[in-house]
Design a protein around this ligand. Structure first.
Ligand SMILES: Cc1cc2nc3c(=O)[nH]c(=O)nc-3n(C[C@H](O)[C@H](O)[C@H](O)COP(=O)(O)OP(=O)(O)OC[C@H]3O[C@@H](n4cnc5c(N)ncnc54)[C@H](O)[C@@H]3O)c2cc1C
Ligand SMILES: [Zn+2]
Length: 308
């Protein structure tokens, strides 16, 4: 749970998206007054110009997404594992500048803990930071009776410890950073300066705020979501792909072990979202309870971002 999103900047806003849509051409909407002659908004015609917020929502709902590309976010990502950074880079519609392992020393590299290790530490109330420090000091991992669990902690500590020592030794013997980095693990921290437009960000969040995404990518997506929301509240209009489309494309996954954790899968819940396959079978979205969803969203964000 080491990921941090820092120095977020937002270029352009809802008003600019609405402006671009108006340049393109936006129809009028029905006025709330119902055509009252004294109405200032529609001069009695019953039809008025939409507000910036209404245009923005319409663009999102109707998926006229090119207008969303005018809003751009730049931020720094820290504490992402090098291994999972590859998953981030699969999102091609973004710009990124990464920490160089050719030029920066990784002698004291920090690293992420995999889910299996975190689960054991949590079960026994062992502090993650302390466990990581014990690896650095070559100290013994805590005594745990369960042989499998102990072995998982030991194996992980051993691998990280060995990589650290080998890296330092390679540098001392003159191999250079460019070569020494070959022994660094999947878990080693990396950092990115990242720039992504709103259209691509929605695609990223839609795919990664999902129980199918790997835990670290979910953590990243949850933290990006919270950081963006602070400066760009309309991001609250989007969530996972199922929510955004009112139909989940992960048809088969719902019945898999991962899918069982999907909070939208229960047909009797107030936040049921059908899969596309279910819709074809005649199972449709029932009345979706927005308040229940908002509560659920906060819970998921906290859980996935590791906030107690
Ligand atoms: C749960 C999960 C599991 C995954 N498992 C794997 C895996 O096992 N192996 C693996 O390799 N990847 C895997 N991925 C990555 C996935 O295949 C995508 O590469 C990644 O999610 C980026 O999505 P994207 O292509 O929509 O995003 P971007 O690359 O940002 O593209 C955004 C959109 O632009 C369009 N686009 C981009 N490039 C092209 C193109 N060349 N041609 C046409 N349209 C384009 C598409 O509409 C696309 O949705 C997984 C992703 C998830 C969420
Ligand atoms: Zn009116």
């Amino acid at each position: 749970m080491d990921i941090k999103i820092e120095n977020l900047r937002v270029f352009n806003d809802v008003a600019f998206v609405a402006h671009s849509a108006r340049v393109s051409g936006v129809g009028k909407v029905r006025c709330e007054c119902g055509g009252r002659r004294s109405c200032e908004r529609c001069s009695g015609s019953g039809m008025r110009e939409p507000t910036d917020e209404e245009i923005f929502t319409m663009i999102l709902e109707n998926d006229y997404s090119s207008a969303l590309e005018h809003v751009v976010f730049s931020f720094e990502i820290r504490g992402l594992s090098k291994g999972n950074a590859l998953e981030l880079l699969e999102h091609r519609i973004a710009s990124h500048t990464g920490r160089s392992t050719r030029y920066q020393s990784e002698v004291d590299f920090d690293f992420n803990l995999p889910p299996a290790v975190s689960r054991i530490l949590e079960k026994y109330g062992i502090d993650e930071v302390e466990y990581k420090k014990s690896i650095a000091r070559d100290a013994l991992v805590p005594e745990i009776a369960d042989e499998d669990e102990r072995s998982i902690l030991e194996s992980y500590a051993e691998a990280i410890g060995t990589a650290r020592k080998a890296y330092s030794r390679l540098l001392q013997r003159g191999a250079g950073k460019e070569s020494a980095r070959y022994v660094t693990p999947f878990a080693i921290h990396t950092a990115y300066t990242y720039t992504i437009n709103l259209r691509s960000l929605i695609n990223f969040l839609g795919l990664r705020l999902c129980v199918r995404a790997s835990p670290e990518m979910r953590e990243l997506a949850a933290k990006v979501y919270m950081a963006v929301r602070e400066k760009f509240p309309p991001i609250s209009l989007v969530w996972c792909r199922g929510y955004n489309f009112a139909a989940c494309p992960e048809n088969e996954v719902r019945d898999s072990p991962q899918g069982k954790e999907c909070p939208f899968r229960n047909r009797n819940s107030r936040v049921f979202i059908p899969t596309r396959k279910q819709i074809r079978m005649g199972i449709t979205l029932q009345k979706f309870d927005s308040e229940a969803f908002e509560k659920l969203r906060e819970e998921l964000l906290r859980r996935w971002a590791g906030i107690p």
